[in-house]
Write a protein of this length. Structure first.
Lengths: 896, 87
């Protein structure tokens, strides 16, 4: 093998030439060489695999590719890959460098086994070891500091972050594993003993890859065990926190006078301690950080100013004409309330947190005071939100904008009570933070909580005792009984608990009540809003409804329906936001809620079928989109293509209808498969249906098939005049089950298609509209029959709508009882002129016969009466003036 | 109407996205994945042709050929010939 060559044999392939770097260069090099040497039948195929030689060739980057060229055997004896003079110096250098490296490598196959670890292994191995150490450390700190909830929460948060890191680290192995697996696939299984041995290079590479794979699997296994351990710890912490919580709630403090007296003196000490800290902090700030404070305050104020201006502008645009409306509708009130609550709170929140962040960034906070300040900011924002909410729902000073039907005085009273409740609860929270930071004595904490609880409980009792509504006479009425008693209960239970010494329970209950109450009230307003949106024609009156009407030209009914849908959607959104908030407030973890939501949305297993909310939704959405597309295609084909091709309207109708049904079926299939329902399952249903068809559905199926035949065969089309059994009229619409026919009396008859297929159907307008009509006429005996024929012929030929060819004919049909009967047969170009022509010809016949004195006779009878008394009786009965009827002139009366 | 259609298309495209990892067994026999999610380890048998969704929050999984993989919860696993391909 010449030195310049850089290929070596591999089992399964004739020769392999490897080349690092530009793939197209290597390929071209082989192809050019083969061509220049006149090699025929040289099959050069390229195969790119990720670089496994990165570790061997440190000068190459990790993401470089190896070009492997498989050459057919017959081309190799002749093919030489020389470093010839035609190749540029750079190329020669490259090939030379590669050859040297490759040769060096090939000389010691053992090098495969001694190769350094892959990059990912080298990087992740110490990381995973570090994570395991961290997990152990956290487990140890859990054992030691499992007495405080704050400590446990901190460890838990660290564990959650650690778990994410472990998983991320294990995920990092995936690309390398994929590489190894695909390379192992290329190398194939080791040859069985007794067969041709494979080159050592291949064996060595395979062994190396397998070893690396085993190591990766082992590391992922370690990561998995660490993850399990971390999750177990998280669960243990959850259990421990629940135990602590239960202890805190069930812990009883002895409440007596000494507690309160001690607390009073300790309160004084605490205030002075707080003041000492605050003043020392302020001194520090003034001496060393004055510039930063001025700077940070200036930036925060500037941000606040901008936000205020922007917020006000937005608020003003949202509530532009709010002031002008004397009696706003509920929807107007609620939308103004929404924006007027949200925007100022948002502005305040952004301002407060920007300021906090800036102060933190400038290093102005001390840890202890910083915590207190953050809690003050949090509480302020929540209390402000409650205040805005109460102001807008109760509107104490603006009855027209009140969202609830309360009286003026009760609204004011309730507003103050609600704001006071929120304020006191917030104050209690701030005080608790202060207690924690200053490590206050237990007496003080208990006494403070007791005072706050009693005040809030009394406030809630006062809310329960309020008489918010007014009857027609202006007399105030209390809350409905369930609400009143619920409020009493909510106030009394914490009150009793705190006096019995269960201060922790009382405080927990009150906090939950205040926050949950705020969420529930907000949700209630949301539900009210949705009810108002969905009310009849309410949406039509809103600006959004008017915009939809103007923009999309929707009808009032459509907009009303959109209103109903918006109402349902609002309910859904309120539940979606409100429920998780309440659950979170009551101690459920975000992760749990998310998992439930995912379970509900992504599928509920019923037997072997998974019903997925998202699947169904996306199925419906895809069906609607596909159906709309098909409809659009149908309209486009009908209106653009078929209309221009001057196609017969019947064919057009058939094609349009057929496309409509095909479109529906295709859209339904798309929808069904997008919903995750296997089409195989539908086959089962179809099997069941076929049994049903055998029994009960055969009529419907027969009509359906008949409909398809009608569309394909087209014995009549829309607009044709058909006669089917007793029904005669115009075809209006051919559907798949039935055909709609409008009779001349404008009655719509729905005729099942099977009747149109199974029975004879007359079509006046099938191939053309030509029709023959007959007009029968009788003349008196004694009239000149030939003269009659001539008159009739003249009348027929002179009528403009009667066809000359085929020419009209007069047929002497019979000798009737009273007349000579003729029939005038004429052809019309358009059958729809039938009635007009018949009528006009009859007029003409009457006129012509009158002019010619031709008589149209009545039916006549000769009556022979036998016996005298009867004749005499008749003579007496008949009036004297009446003459006996002349022969052939009189109509026979019924009583004769 | 256009907005409605666009909205529905977006819904269809996003709604169709799985909220969990999914595994489809293209073999003719039952394959079993061993899934470690949270602190629990469960065996997840997948019938031939069946697609299952699991692991919404990330998990470790041992594939039928013994390889271990960590999943973030958005992957699709295809089992062909007892081996798994992860996309």
């Amino acid at each position: 093998m010449p030195d310049e060559y850089d290929y070596f044999p591999v089992e399964g392939f004739d020769e392999i030439v490897r080349h690092h770097g530009d793939a197209s260069f290597g390929w071209k090099m082989i192809a050019q060489t083969a061509a220049s040497q006149g090699v025929e039948n040289c099959k050069v195929s390229c195969h790119l695999v990720p670089c496994h030689f990165t570790n061997l060739l440190p000068s190459f980057r990790a993401n470089q590719w190896v070009l492997t060229l498989f050459l057919a055997k017959e081309s190799l004896p002749e093919l030489h890959l020389p470093v010839n003079s035609r190749l540029s110096l750079a190329i020669r250098c490259m090939i030379l460098m590669f050859s040297v490296m490759m040769a060096g490598t090939l000389l010691s196959h053992a090098a495969y086994a001694q190769r350094p670890e892959s990059v990912v292994l080298a990087k992740q191995k110490p990381l995973i070891a570090e994570y395991i150490t961290t997990a152990n450390a956290l487990a140890a700190s859990f054992e030691t500091s499992s007495d405080t909830d704050e400590g446990l929460v901190e460890i838990r948060n660290k564990l959650i972050a650690l778990e994410e890191k472990i998983l991320a680290s294990a995920v990092e192995f995936r690309p390398r594993m994929n590489e190894i697996n695909s390379r192992l696939d290329q190398l194939g299984e080791p040859p069985a003993s007794g067969t041709v041995e494979e080159p050592e290079a291949v064996t060595a590479e395979r062994n190396f890859l397998l070893a690396e794979k085993a190591e990766i699997n082992q590391l992922i296994g370690e990561a998995e065990s660490a993850s399990v351990r971390v999750n177990n710890l998280i669960e243990d912490i959850g259990t421990r926190r629940r135990e602590l919580f239960a202890q805190a709630l069930s812990k009883r403090y002895d409440i007596n006078a000494s507690v309160l007296i001690n607390a009073a003196s300790e309160f004084g000490q605490e205030v002075s301690e707080l003041w000492r800290r605050v003043s020392s902090w302020l001194r520090f700030i003034v001496r060393f950080k004055l510039q930063s404070v001025v700077g940070a305050t200036f930036i925060a104020l500037a941000a606040a100013f901008l936000l205020m201006i922007g917020g006000r502008k937005i608020a003003a645009s949202m509530t532009a004409n709010a002031g002008d409306i004397a009696s706003p509708t509920f929807l107007e009130r609620i939308s103004v309330a929404f924006w007027a609550t949200l925007l100022p709170t948002l502005v305040l929140g952004v301002f407060a947190y920007t300021t906090l962040q800036l102060y933190k960034d400038f290093g102005l906070f001390r840890d202890d005071l910083g915590t207190i300040i953050v809690s003050i900011v949090d509480v302020t924002i929540v209390v402000y939100l409650v205040h805005r909410l109460a102001l807008l729902i109760l509107a104490p000073w603006n009855p027209a904008w009140r969202l609830v039907k309360f009286g003026n005085e009760p609204s004011k009273q309730l507003y103050w009570l609600v704001v006071a409740t929120a304020g006191i609860t917030g104050l209690d929270l701030i005080m608790s933070t202060v207690n924690d930071v200053l490590s206050s004595p237990l007496n003080l904490t208990v006494a403070k909580t007791l005072v706050a609880t009693v005040i809030v409980a009394v406030l809630i009792l006062m809310i329960g005792n309020a008489k918010p509504t007014e009857d027609a006479d202006g007399k105030r009425k209390p809350w409905p009984m369930p609400v009143r008693y619920l409020l009493y209960l909510i106030g009394l239970v914490p009150l009793a608990a705190s006096f019995l010494g269960y201060v922790g329970l009382a405080r927990f209950a009150l906090q939950q009540i205040v926050v949950t109450g705020a969420v529930v009230v907000t949700m209630y307003v949301g539900f009210l809003a949705s009810r108002e949106i969905a009310a009849e024609n309410a949406f039509l009156r809103t600006s959004e409804g008017q915009w939809l009407k103007k923009r999309f030209k929707y009808s009032d009914t459509t907009i009303d329906q959109i209103g109903v849908a918006s109402g349902i959607l609002t309910n859904f959104i309120v539940l979606l936001i409100g429920l998780p908030l309440i659950l979170l407030q009551w101690g459920f973890q975000w992760g749990d809620i998310r998992t439930w939501a995912v379970k509900i949305l992504s599928g509920v297993q019923v037997g072997s079928i998974t019903i997925s909310f998202f699947g169904i939704l996306s199925g419906i959405a895809i069906f609607i989109v596909a159906f709309a597309l098909m409809r659009w295609f149908q309209r486009w084909l009908d209106g653009t293509v078929m209309a221009r091709s001057k196609m017969d309207s019947g064919v057009r109708n058939s094609i349009r209808t057929a496309i409509g049904y095909v479109g529906f079926v295709v859209a339904a299939l798309f929808g069904v498969s997008a919903a995750g329902i296997e089409l195989q399952n539908l086959a089962l249903i179809a099997g069941g249906l076929s049994l049903g068809i055998g029994f009960g559905l055969q009529n419907i199926v027969s009509n359906f098939v008949s409909g398809l035949i009608l569309l394909a065969e087209r014995p009549f089309k829309a607009g044709d005049w058909i006669v089917a059994g007793n029904v005669s009229g115009f075809v209006k619409k051919i559907s798949v089950r039935a055909t709609e026919i409008e009779t001349f009396q404008r009655q719509t008859v729905i005729l099942p298609n099977s009747e149109l297929i199974n029975a004879a159907v007359g079509n006046w307008t099938h191939r053309n509209r030509t029709a023959r009509i007959e007009i029968a006429v009788g003349v008196a005996y004694g009239t000149d029959a030939r003269r009659v024929r001539d008159i009739l012929m003249t009348i027929a030929t002179e009528h403009p709508l009667v066809l000359k060819n085929p020419e009209p004919a007069v047929v002497f049909t019979s000798f009737g009882e009273s007349s000579l009967d003729f029939e005038l047969r004429i052809f019309l170009l358009d059958v729809f002129d039938l009635n007009v022509v018949q009528s006009e010809i009859r007029f003409s016949i009457l006129d012509a016969f009158a002019a010619e004195n031709i008589e149209i006779p009545f039916p006549q009878r000769d009556i022979t009466i036998k016996g005298g008394p009867v004749v005499e009786a008749l003579d007496k009965a008949l009036p004297k003036t009446r003459k006996p009827p002349a022969r052939g002139r009189s109509r026979r009366s019924a009583d004769e | 109407m256009k907005i409605l259609l666009t909205g529905l298309t977006v819904l269809a495209l996003t709604g169709g996205q799985a909220l969990a990892a999914s595994a489809v067994n293209k073999d003719s026999e039952v394959r079993v994945l061993v899934v470690t999610e949270g602190s629990g380890r469960t065996e997840l048998p997948i019938a031939s042709g069946e697609t299952v969704e699991f692991c919404p929050n990330g998990c470790f999984v041992t594939l039928p050929n013994g390889d271990r993989e960590a999943l973030t919860g958005s992957e699709t696993i295809e089992i062909v010939g007892g081996r798994a391909r992860i996309n």
